[in-house]
Design a protein around this ligand. Structure first.
Ligand SMILES: [Zn+2]
Length: 188
């Protein structure tokens, strides 16, 4: 159990609205961010209000330690959340890139009846490969043959493709931001 010296408790008894005295080690196991934010707030208000008196009783250090541990724990949780979100978006991006690259047809394309074009496999010096599939003409009204080209990227060009996706996404955000400047609701 975490205890402040007996004298500190006696001194604290004179104060109103004393925040809960929690072992800093235990704070590091709390994951409820709302609870932690309330706790941090309570500490900040209490410390601000009683700074000089707490200093006089030599208990300011202990309370600041607890408050700092709470603040650090909040940052830690937020950071973990950010990393989780980042990893999730990375995975989604990889999945969508994988779905659009590679030489095989997707299930949906297979179901539509696409078949491999003979001798359409091309290999490039960098390691990229392309291949073509086509949909056989099924009725007279269809005049054009629809062709799908599949591309398997080499390491270098896959990296460029991923970078392009990221930049495209950024550009979309920037364009939206720029075009929103002159929207009616933004007028002063
Ligand atoms: Zn390549």
């Amino acid at each position: 159990m975490f205890h402040l010296p007996e004298s500190s408790y006696k001194a604290l008894a004179q104060f109103k609205n004393v925040p809960p005295i929690i072992n800093p080690t235990n704070i590091q196991t709390i994951t409820d961010i709302n609870y932690l934010s309330d706790l941090e707030n309570t500490y900040n208000i209490f410390l601000e209000r009683n700074l000089q008196l707490l200093d006089l009783h030599n208990i300011i250090e202990d309370l600041l330690d607890i408050r700092d541990t709470i603040s650090i724990q909040i940052c830690r949780i937020n950071r973990a959340k950010q990393i989780y979100e980042y990893n999730k978006s990375q995975q989604e991006q990889n999945r969508s890139i994988q779905a659009h690259t590679g030489l095989n047809l997707t299930k949906n394309q297979k179901d539509q009846g696409y078949i491999l074009c003979q001798n359409s496999l091309k290999e490039y010096k960098c390691g990229c490969k392309t291949i073509q599939y086509q949909k056989p003409i099924q009725n007279q009204s269809q005049k054009q043959i629809t062709v799908i080209q599949k591309h398997q990227y080499c390491f270098k060009h896959l990296h460029y493709l991923k970078t392009k996706c990221i930049l495209d996404e950024e550009l979309t955000k920037i364009n939206m931001e720029l075009s929103s400047i002159t929207r009616k609701e933004n007028e002063v």
